[in-house]
Design a protein around this ligand. Structure first.
Ligand SMILES: [Zn+2]
Length: 445
């Protein structure tokens, strides 16, 4: 199914992380916290290569940090310095590490600067005239892909050929002339985001914009005209209004962009999404096909703004988002469409259960296949939210979701945060229900 294509991309990424743990002594990201990534990239659209400069400001969070490890990738480092002093690097297992001349004390902030080039093994997609990133940020820059909930500031100076426009996280804050008739587009994120949400795109794009209250919605494509873009994304305004109401807070970005590409893509980035033509409805007002735009938009609140601390609680990103897709369908098409969406989730969970696989939502083990991982974290997660709604009643349930969203906006969460918000809004003790669905044998408080 089309839907499986898009969801499996992220799941593939995550399973990859689980199956390839770094050696204990060389865990990417261990011992320090990144405050900011500042990049200057010159991508080659046709060859899908990149020339890059990256400045990482990081702080030691333990005493005696002797090596700074990041996820190894296929890029070639030409030069590395720490506060201006040259550093050597080596790869051990899945970790690319920089050995420090003197260990760092806890609390010390340093700046690591890397000059690099190469062809990312994953994550650069497009045509001969367009390039966009598809997951795998740590393949085209240097970061630690399994530090899922670590949020850092992000800025990008993207060098593009004349006449080529760009898209990245946040706002385009400056454009200036670059070498050889190129242009340099400076993008800056409005708040810290997890690295898995970093991305960019460049091409000869058509743009179309409209407003949802004070929020600007921009639709972008290199193959479609602006009238067609507006038609394709016509539901977005009403979705923004609906989700803002349910979240208890407005869309957390001033401008939300959607990039339309070929294929089955459905990918959220920090402040924009990439949607493939095959993920969008072929005919208007068909509730069964209306999921990709609302799913990725929903991540602007649940996933991007409020992020699971680790992948153990990934269901908080995807289960809530899958449930909100059903809730949108109820709002837009009626109760039958809500029930139909939950029926899809039920049948996916059932398929895993028939194979003998069922786990609590916050299970921390390795899933045997992509399908069962989705069955738990997307489908069972959505069904649990629907069950909470029945147990608490609409007033307390939606009030609890608003409380959870507002209390953790900009931060990270674990499952207990949702339990506490729902208990506070309803006055009910939900320990038993959460034990049954979410924690299994663990004690929830
Ligand atoms: Zn998702």
């Amino acid at each position: 199914m089309i839907r499986s294509v898009s969801l499996s991309l992220l799941t593939t990424t995550i399973l990859g992380w689980f199956h390839n743990p770094a050696p204990a002594a060389n865990i990417p990201g261990a011992g320090f916290t990144v405050a900011s990534y500042s990049l200057a990239l010159t991508p080659d659209i046709q060859n899908k290569t990149v020339l890059g400069r990256e400045s990482i400001t990081l702080r030691a969070n333990v005493d005696g940090v002797r090596r700074l490890n990041f996820s190894a990738n296929a890029l070639i480092i030409d030069r590395a310095t720490l506060d201006g002093v040259a550093l050597a690097h080596t790869v051990e297992g899945d970790a690319l590490g920089f050995d420090l001349l003197r260990p760092l004390r806890r609390g010390r902030t340093v700046r690591l600067e890397l000059h690099y080039h190469g062809r990312p093994a994953r994550g650069f997609v497009g045509s001969s005239t367009t390039l966009y990133t598809s997951y795998f940020a740590c393949d085209w820059m240097f970061c630690s892909e399994d530090k899922f909930g670590e949020k850092a500031a992000f800025s990008l100076d993207l060098r593009v050929p004349a006449g080529v426009s760009s898209l990245s996280v946040g706002s385009l804050i400056a454009r200036r002339s670059g070498p050889d008739g190129s242009e340099i587009h400076s993008w800056k994120a409005p708040r810290p985001y997890s690295v898995y949400l970093y991305g960019f795109a460049m091409g000869r794009f058509t743009h179309a914009s409209e407003w949802a209250g004070s929020k600007k919605l921009t639709y972008i494509s290199d193959t479609t005209d602006s009238a067609e873009l507006k038609r394709r994304f016509a539901g977005t305004r009403e979705m923004v209004a609906f989700l803002s109401l349910k979240a208890g807070m407005p869309l957390p970005v001033s401008e939300y962009r959607q990039l339309l590409v070929d294929g089955g893509e459905a990918q959220e980035a920090a402040t924009y999404s990439v949607l493939g033509t095959e993920s969008l409805p072929t005919k208007p007002n068909d509730s069964s096909e209306d999921w990709a735009i609302v799913h990725e938009l929903t991540h602007q609140w649940w996933g991007n703004l409020i992020t699971c601390e680790t992948l153990k609680d990934f269901w908080l990103n995807e289960g809530i988002t899958t449930f909100m897709t059903a809730a949108w369908k109820e709002h837009r098409y009626g109760r039958v469409a809500y029930d139909a969406e939950l029926d899809v989730a039920k049948s996916r969970l059932k398929r895993a259960q028939v194979k003998g696989f069922d786990k609590p939502l916050a299970w921390n083990g390795i899933y045997p296949t992509l399908g069962v991982r989705r069955a738990i974290q997307y489908s069972k997660g959505a069904l649990f939210m629907a069950q909470l709604r029945v147990t608490l009643g609409d007033t307390a349930f939606w009030s609890g979701l608003r409380r959870y969203t507002r209390d953790h906006a900009g931060g990270t969460v674990t499952s207990i945060d949702l339990e506490r918000a729902m208990e506070a809004s309803s006055g009910q003790d939900l320990q038993q229900l959460f034990a049954e669905w979410v924690f299994g044998d663990e004690i929830s408080d």
